[in-house]
Write a protein that binds this ligand. Structure first.
Ligand SMILES: O=C(O)[C@H](O)[C@@H](O)[C@H](O)[C@H](O)COP(=O)(O)O
Length: 331
C-alpha cells in the first residue's frame, strides 16, 4: 500500500508532503507554500484532490494529487462564508462541507468534477461549529455546535441543501463541547470527542426505536489530571478495533479498544505525544498513528501494537510552524 502524508502548518503557511513506507518511516517529498494559513484538510473520495481551508481570505483550495507520488499542484479554489475550522466531503464527492467555529455556520460547496464551485447552502446559528461529518450512508450530516452542547442532524439533499431532521439535533451533557467525530466501519455507531469536559460519547445511530442515542460516555483523561481539559481530535482504526483521542493541555493520546459490535469502548492507556496535539490521524493500513504538535513544530509516528492498541514511538520529524492537521492518503 503506497501512502502519502500531508501535514498543515498554518503559522508558516505550509503543507509538508511525506511518503510513508511499510516500516512506518517518513520521507519528505515536497513543501508547499500555501497562499494563506492552512488548517483543515481532506482528500476527495476519488483520491484526485486534497482540499484545504485557508484564512484570512476564507477559501477552500484544491490541490491535484499526482497519482505517481502524491505530489501536490494547485488546481482551483472558491470562497467560503467563514473561517474554515473543518472541511469534509460527502461520500460521492459531489459536495464539500465546511464548519466554521468563528462564523458559527456550516456551508455546502458544490464540487464540479472535483473542483470547488458555488456555495449551495449555509446554515447559521451553530455557535462553535467545529466539524461536519457525513454518515456512512451519505444521508445525514452530523454538525457539532461546540458552544451549544448539541450535534445538529441534517439530511443532505440531492441538490446539496441541508434539511433539519426530526429530531433536528442530539444534545450532550452541559459543558461537554462536542467537537470532532468518527464513525465505526459497521455503520452502526459514531464517536464524538468533547473538547471542554475531555470525554468521548458513543452514539448508536439507530436504537430499538430507530432513534439516535448516546449509549456510553468515557473520560479521556488520566485519573490524576486536574488542569484544564482541552480535547481536540478523534480517529478510529480501519478495522474498528481501536479508537484514539488527543488532549492539548496534557499533550497525550488516549487509547481505547472497541467491542466487536462497536457499542462499548474500554480505556487501554495513555501515550505522551508532541506538545499541544490538535490534529492526528491513523494510516490506512491501521498500523500507525501520526500526531502533530502545535507547540513542538514536529510530527511523531507511532506503531500500533497488539490487541490493546497501545502505541510505541517510531520517529519524530520537523515540519512547519504550528502544525495542527494530518491527512494520510492511500493511492
Ligand atoms: O480549539 C479550540 O481551542 C476551540 O475550539 C476554539 O477556542 C478554537 O479557537 C477554535 O478551534 C477556533 O477555530 P479555528 O481554529 O478555525 O479558528
Amino acid at each position: 500500500m503506497k501512502q502519502t502524508v500531508y501535514t498543515a502548518s498554518p503559522e508558516s503557511q505550509q503543507i509538508h508532503v511525506w511518503r510513508l513506507d511499510e516500516q512506518g518511516d517518513l520521507t519528505l517529498l515536497q513543501v508547499v507554500d500555501v497562499p494563506g494559513q492552512v488548517q483543515p484538510m481532506v482528500v476527495s473520495p476519488d483520491k484526485r484532490f486534497l482540499y484545504v481551508g485557508v484564512r484570512p481570505e476564507f477559501r477552500v483550495i484544491a490541490y491535484r494529487i499526482s497519482p505517481e507520488d502524491g505530489i501536490l499542484a494547485e488546481a482551483g479554489h472558491s470562497a467560503l462564508p467563514g473561517s474554515p475550522t473543518h472541511i469534509s466531503t460527502d461520500h460521492s464527492g459531489k459536495f464539500l462541507f465546511c464548519g466554521s467555529y468563528n462564523a458559527g455556520c456550516v456551508s455546502v460547496t458544490r464540487l464540479n468534477d472535483g473542483l470547488p464551485g458555488e456555495i449551495v447552502d449555509v446554515v447559521e446559528g451553530l455557535e462553535g461549529c467545529h466539524s461536519a461529518n457525513i454518515s456512512p450512508d451519505n444521508r445525514t450530516l452530523w454538525v457539532p455546535a461546540l458552544k451549544q452542547d448539541r450535534i445538529c442532524l441534517f439530511t443532505l439533499g440531492e441538490d446539496g441543501k441541508l434539511a433539519p431532521q426530526t429530531p433536528p439535533e442530539v444534545t450532550t451533557v452541559e459543558g461537554a463541547g462536542p467537537r470532532h467525530m468518527a464513525f465505526h466501519p459497521n455503520q452502526r455507531f459514531a464517536y464524538c470527542v468533547n473538547e471542554l469536559n475531555g470525554s468521548v460519547d458513543v452514539w448508536q445511530l439507530s436504537n430499538a426505536h430507530g432513534n439516535v442515542e448516546c449509549i456510553q460516555t468515557l473520560d479521556i483523561m488520566p485519573p490524576d489530571f486536574t488542569d484544564t481539559r482541552w480535547a481536540a481530535d478523534i480517529h478510529i482504526t480501519p478495522d474498528g478495533r481501536h479508537l484514539y483521542t488527543c488532549d492539548r493541555t496534557a499533550s497525550i493520546l488516549t487509547v481505547f479498544s472497541i467491542s466487536e459490535d462497536g457499542s462499548v469502548l474500554a480505556l487501554e492507556g495513555f501515550q505522551p505525544t508532541e506538545t499541544q496535539p490538535r490534529g492526528f490521524n491513523i494510516d490506512n493500513s491501521g498500523k500507525y498513528v501520526i500526531a502533530a504538535g502545535q507547540k513542538s513544530h514536529h510530527i511523531a509516528v507511532y506503531a500500533i501494537d497488539g490487541a490493546q492498541g497501545l502505541l510505541s514511538e517510531k520517529g519524530r520529524y520537523a515540519v512547519g510552524q504550528g502544525p495542527m492537521w494530518v491527512v494520510i492518503n492511500a493511492q
